[in-house]
Design a protein around this ligand. Structure first.
Ligand code: HPA
Length: 274
């Protein structure tokens, strides 16, 4: 038997998949990654099989508060869903592959549509903490690229599926849920941005800023998945509002909007999940 270092990434993934498939009979085609404080959505799924991240070989697990680290297979009506409760952030390991691993697992499990969610700071002055923002595009300021290693530059297309965006806007309107739309900027973290960085990020064209999502979206898209994204605006970024920011505040606000978030995501899955 090979030792851990000798295994290729594909071999590690297939070992992870073997354990996951032993734990569930469901074969969802839609997945959702739940960001900071947004993990409770998974509790609304029916007929769940839940697998702790720690029980899956090679699967990264998080130490951040508000991130439970589980894969939950369940149903909304007839639609099978895979929910990733909690994600590992780049700043926890400094290793891009750990944050990409769940995306590779999702792909290997047959996920074709992926909803990425996160907690983010608002850099658009029109935003209020508690707003939900549909991500229409992204700016990757992590200075990483999960696609490095490809010999030819890849064709550029909208990462966030425009048909999904149109459906989501209609779903939100029909259910009386106010959503913002905007561009998400992803940084490495773990420090929150300085006032000057926030000013720069706004000038670059972003509406929200956070520490995840951009590399996951980029890889998922290039693996062929159709992507939708939501930010829960938990705070206004430094300098936009003169107030200190902590992770506790981020999870508190996410907590307050979790019912609206769950309702929106449930309706979105019903609309795009088939
Ligand atoms: N900046 C970066 N990440 C975040 C923020 C923020 O203001 N709020 C929640 N996640």
């Amino acid at each position: 038997m090979k030792n851990q270092q000798e295994l290729t990434l594909d071999e590690k993934i297939s070992q992870s998949i073997k354990v996951i498939k032993r734990s569930t009979k469901l074969k969802p085609k839609i997945g959702i990654i739940l960001g900071s404080g947004l993990g409770d959505f998974a509790d609304s799924l029916e007929m769940c099989d839940s697998i702790d991240a720690q029980a899956i070989p090679y699967y990264p697990h998080s130490s951040v508060m508000g991130h439970k680290g589980r894969m939950i297979f369940g149903k909304i009506g007839k639609i099978q869903v895979l929910a990733f409760q909690g994600r590992v952030h780049f700043y926890e390991t400094g290793n891009l592959e750990t944050i990409l691993y769940p995306i590779r697992v999702a792909h290997a499990l047959g996920i074709e549509k992926l909803i990425l969610t996160n907690a983010a700071g608002g850099v658009n002055k029109e935003f209020t903490p508690g707003d939900l923002m549909l991500i229409v595009d992204q700016i990757n300021l992590t200075f990483e690229n999960p696609l490095a290693g490809n010999v030819v530059p890849l064709r550029n297309q909208p990462l966030y599926d425009t048909e999904f965006q149109n459906i989501i806007k209609k779903v939100a309107e029909k259910n009386n849920i106010k959503i913002q739309t905007g561009v998400y900027c992803g940084l490495k973290g773990p420090s929150y941005e300085t006032a000057s960085e926030v000013k720069m990020i706004r000038q670059l064209g972003a509406d929200a800023v956070g520490m995840s999502t951009v590399n996951e979206a980029s890889l998922a898209f290039h693996l062929g998945m159709r992507i939708a994204g939501f930010s829960c605006i938990t705070n206004l970024s430094t300098g936009i509002l003169d107030q200190k920011l902590s992770h506790v505040e981020v999870t508190e606000v996410a907590n307050k909007v979790k019912h609206t978030f769950s309702k929106l995501v449930t309706e979105v899955i019903l609309a795009i999940g088939n």
